[in-house]
Design a protein around this ligand. Structure first.
Ligand SMILES: Nc1ncnc2c1ncn2[C@@H]1O[C@H](COP(=O)(O)OP(=O)(O)OP(=O)(O)O)[C@@H](O)[C@H]1O
Ligand SMILES: Cc1ncc(COP(=O)(O)O)c(N)n1
Length: 267
């Protein structure tokens, strides 16, 4: 019998529902993957920014991972906010024995500009976690931190993607062009070939949670058995729709809309 597609996210929370674990689970649900979550940090945040953060004790993060891993098989998983080296270490220890695709969303700073991980853990993420991944999905500022190089053009993005794979050992790198001008073009480098993914730029300030939604969609499609680059193309279509129909709610950058049937559902 075919296994039920299941996906796990290991990340921080967003009580306002736009980013983090909440965005991931909504995306998994919409894309018909059974969603599971391990919480690393509880973040008091909303569309305007981050008000407070409390990290889970490391023993509790490990226990949550053990609870899921020992009981329910899943076909793909992602990490989002891993706030410090101790948390990264605990996660690395538990996941290194898993034999399913691992997608890293290397969350560093929220759309609001608030830092979500400690300064010293950025190198650690690159050196310790990237080699475990099937795919890492940095935006331009995150790719600049990883590579130590300024990224100003599509050519720079492609060079960064290559460096992240060849020098830092990620299985593949998807460097996102959301922070550039013009078309929203992302480049996936899988170690052999460069794949561009392009979409028209949507004029909106509602981009809270786009990175989370995108990486969760890739994870969901991979849990269904799609490989790169097809999983990325499908996820790109999904996130573009989610930005186009984003919600103008809250006082800051509103959230993306993960509903695949974007008409109102009342029953
Ligand atoms: N205004 C936009 N219109 C269309 N696509 C966009 C827009 N902004 C971002 N994207 C796309 O959304 C996806 C997420 O990219 P982005 O670079 O915004 O990631 P991120 O910075 O990690 O997310 P966040 O903004 O939530 O931190 C990418 O496919 C990117 O090209
Ligand atoms: C817990 C958590 N994880 C990730 C993000 C980044 O999301 P974004 O950059 O889209 O605000 C966030 N704001 N909160």
């Amino acid at each position: 019998m075919k296994p039920i597609p299941a996906a796990l996210t290991i990340a921080g929370t967003d009580p306002s529902g736009g980013a983090g674990i909440q965005a991931d689970l909504k995306t998994f649900q919409e894309l018909k993957a059974y969603g599971m979550s391990v919480i690393t940090s509880v973040v008091a945040q909303n569309t305007t920014g981050v008000q407070n953060v409390q990290h889970m004790p490391v023993s509790m993060i490990k226990q949550q991972l053990e609870s899921v891993i020992s009981d329910i098989p899943f076909q793909a998983f992602k990490t989002g906010m891993l706030a410090n080296i101790t948390i990264m270490d605990a996660v690395a220890e538990k996941i290194s024995r898993l034999d399913v695709p691992y997608i890293i969303d290397p969350v560093m700073v929220a759309t609001s500009g608030d830092a979500l991980i400690s300064g010293d853990s950025r190198d650690y993420l690159r050196d310790k976690l990237l080699p475990l991944s099937a795919l890492v999905t940095p935006n331009i500022p995150e790719a600049e931190v990883m590579t130590g190089k300024t990224i100003k053009s599509a050519e720079d993005i492609q060079q960064a993607a290559k460096q992240i794979v060849h020098e830092f050992g990620a299985g593949a790198a998807l460097v996102k062009g959301g922070h550039m001008q013009g078309e929203a073009v992302d480049f996936l480098y899988d170690g052999k070939k460069m794949h561009p993914f392009s979409a028209e730029r949507i004029d909106t300030k509602n981009t809270h949670g786009t990175g989370c939604t995108y990486s969760a969609a890739i994870t969901a499609y991979m849990s269904h058995g799609y490989q790169l680059p097809e999983a990325v193309q499908k996820a790109k279509n999904f996130v573009t729709g989610a930005i186009r129909d984003s919600f103008s709610i809250g006082h800051g950058n509103g959230p993306t809309n993960q509903w695949t049937h974007r008409t109102e559902r009342v029953n």
